[in-house]
Write a protein that binds this ligand. Structure first.
Ligand code: AMP
Ligand code: ZN
Ligand code: FE
Ligand code: FE
Length: 293
């Protein structure tokens, strides 16, 4: 069987592999196609595209945009935020103006949140300076600074055993150094992806944290109304049962499916190509994209 990986991150955001090296890594893993889906930036797309051509694999220009999942009323009647709603744009034009505006807004939201996270960590007695995070980003040559960068400093300084541990102790929603950043609405992200000629895919639906199937179905129906094109069924966070559940949901709502590892290099214990996404999944997406044009 031939496989693809349609969800990866590079040094252009919070991954640790350069977009050019990603192409080689994908080739070595035996993949026939990859998508680069960095958070809030398209700067890695041209070099990755070029490198994919050189090594002879197909390339899907992509992006990942975090959006506001909105307030939720829990069974206890208390409004509480939980879950994340990430949208992947696949087959986007890397130089679309509207998408660039969105990416710029998201970068500004990060740039105001990140120092606030550092301030909270300092209040907790953690000896960390924002400059250390900026230095890491400079070394990596990125403007997109994410919590994984902060987590890496926490690991380096022995405040956490691993990136995951840093999230669990400090950075995750509900943890002492969590700071909300401003997000776009799902509608704004879907519109920007469509403006750039891309397909809008709901990333890792499990992260919506909707164990009630009715609630999940309602959310998918709403997103479909907003223009959603597909669901990410295979993903490193999904169990085989969840993959089947999301494939069935996609079927029911006439949505495409996508799949990928969410590879971040050494910042996440996930291997490229680990989701065994069949080539046919890529082909269907590509056909849908071409029909759209
Ligand atoms: P940010 O976009 O800066 O809010 O950071 C989000 C990034 O942090 C994503 O790439 C996630 O993969 C990563 N992330 C989120 N939660 C965790 C977690 N619990 N453990 C490890 N990485 C996480
Ligand atoms: Zn990431
Ligand atoms: Fe994500
Ligand atoms: Fe991702």
């Amino acid at each position: 069987m031939t496989f693809v990986d349609l969800h990866t991150h590079s040094t252009a955001s919070d991954g640790t592999v350069h977009p050019r090296e990603l192409a080689q890594l994908a080739k070595d893993a035996g993949l026939a196609a990859i998508a680069l889906t960095d958070h809030d930036t398209t700067v890695g797309l041209p070099p990755c595209n070029q490198a994919c051509q050189e090594v002879g694999i197909e390339f899907v220009p992509g992006i990942e945009i975090s959006t506001d999942p909105g307030p939720r009323i829990n069974t206890d009647g208390i409004e509480r935020r939980r879950g994340t709603l990430h949208l992947l744009g696949l087959f986007i034009r890397h130089d679309d103006e509207k998408l660039a505006q969105v990416a710029d807004r998201m970068r500004k939201a990060r740039d105001s949140r990140n120092p606030a996270v550092i301030a909270k960590l300092q209040e907790l007695g953690v000896r960390i300076e924002y400059e250390e995070v900026l230095k890491l980003a400079r070394e990596q040559n990125t403007k997109i600074i994410g919590r994984p960068h902060i987590a890496q400093i926490l690991v380096q300084k022995s405040y956490a055993k691993s990136i995951t541990d840093a999230f669990t102790k400090y950075l995750k929603f509900g943890c002492p150094a969590f700071v909300r950043r401003n997000y776009l609405s799902p509608q704004q992200a879907i519109d920007a992806i469509h403006h750039a000629g891309g397909l809008a895919i709901l990333a890792h639906p499990v992260q919506l944290v909707m164990p009630d199937p009715d609630e999940l179905e309602y959310a998918i129906a709403k997103l479909k109304e907003l223009g959603l094109d597909g669901l990410e069924a295979r993903h490193s966070d999904h169990t085989p049962a969840q993959v089947r559940q999301y494939e069935a949901l996609a079927d029911r709502f006439d949505l495409l499916t996508s799949g990928g590892s969410d590879f971040h290099g050494h910042r996440k214990p996930i291997e490229i190509a680990s989701q065994n996404v069949p080539y046919a999944v890529y082909k269907k997406l590509k056909q849908a994209h071409e029909q759209r044009k």
